[in-house]
Design a protein around this ligand. Structure first.
Ligand code: CP
Ligand code: NVA
Length: 303
């Protein structure tokens, strides 16, 4: 079993991993032998702070050895094929964590039949979503299903993964993006087919939103996107998460996966405010990823 996106797991598995992550957070010394005597390759084609560090620390904490591979050194698809890289990695390691430009590269990495975990691609960022869901669960423990969640910004990898997580857990989510910058139609077709009764609404008019408990935003320009940043800022400016928006919607939590362009998609005032959950999200990456490993490797060891 792999985690290329949250479509690879059921709603029950997501709930199980969140429970496991919560347990691991409360009991830091638990599950120390989940990955004992194993090695995990970490292939990164893009920069990272949170993902790299939280994976390396988590892999250590589960008793395994992380091996970080910079794509500039390995040169996937140039020095050798992605499939051959995977087959070689499987000679020495037991799983691959990969941050890639194209989702297709993750599929190629599955050639070696060891678990592959998506650490961000152009379409999905599943581990981020699991951390986000854990964060929302911690902040609204009574019932996440009654929380009004707003995602505002680009309909990018973070947004799309969050939509899958929200649909799986039957959360109320509104997605507001500038015209032509919403989630991709091919992604929406898959989402609607998998979760036909989801409670996600998509629009372009932020003024039409009357209330949100949680406001989530992300960068207006993702890594590897060649659009002009200044022009992008002009288009996205009305979609900024600032104190006026927080007050108007009476929000009680503001989220951002980070890294943030401060005072572009989110103001300093909001990001550093008492309702900001950004560091809680970052911290939770560690626990959900440990839970993902435990879940995937248990399955593999049963094969
Ligand atoms: N949120 C996140 O994935 O951060 P990094 O790009 O720093 O890993
Ligand atoms: N959407 C952003 C997320 C970074 C964690 C990007 O892909 O660059």
């Amino acid at each position: 079993m792999h985690l290329l996106s949250l479509f690879d797991v059921s709603a029950e598995e997501i709930t199980h991993m969140l429970t496991l992550a919560g347990y691991m957070k409360a009991h830091p010394a638990s599950f120390q032998n989940s990955l004992k005597h194993k090695s995990i390759a970490m292939l990164f084609e893009k920069p990272s702070l949170r993902t790299r560090v939280s994976f390396e620390v988590g892999i250590h904490q589960l008793g395994a050895q992380p091996i970080y591979l910079d794509a500039q050194m390995v040169q996937p698809g140039q020095r050798e094929s992605v499939e051959d890289i995977a087959r070689n990695l499987a000679c020495w390691t037991h799983g691959i964590v990969a941050r890639v430009f194209k989702h297709e590269t993750l599929h190629k990495l599955t050639a070696a039949n060891i678990p592959v975990i998506n650490a961000l691609c152009d379409i999905h960022h599943p581990c981020q979503t699991l951390a986000d869901l854990l964060t929302i669960q911690e902040r609204y423990p009574i019932d996440m299903k009654v929380v009004d969640i707003l995602y505002v910004g680009e309909g990018n990898n973070v947004c799309q993964s969050f939509m899958v997580g929200a649909a799986a857990l039957d959360l109320k989510l509104t997605v507001i993006c500038p015209p032509s910058y919403g989630p991709k139609q091919s992604f929406l077709d898959t989402l609607n087919a998998r979760y036909p009764n989801h409670r996600i609404e998509i629009g372009t008019d932020l003024n039409a939103v009357r209330h949100a408990d949680v406001i989530y935003t992300d960068t207006w320009l993702s890594m590897g996107d060649a659009r002009d940043y200044q022009k992008t800022c002009e288009i996205f400016a009305p979609y900024q998460v600032n104190q006026a928006l927080v007050s108007r919607l009476t929000a009680t939590t503001v989220m951002h996966c980070l890294p943030a362009h401060r005072n572009d998609e989110i103001t300093d005032e909001v990001m550093d405010s008492s309702i900001s959950a950004v560091l809680q999200q970052a911290e939770n990456r560690l626990y959900v990823q440990k839970a993902v490993f435990h879940h995937l490797f248990q399955e593999f060891s049963n094969v």
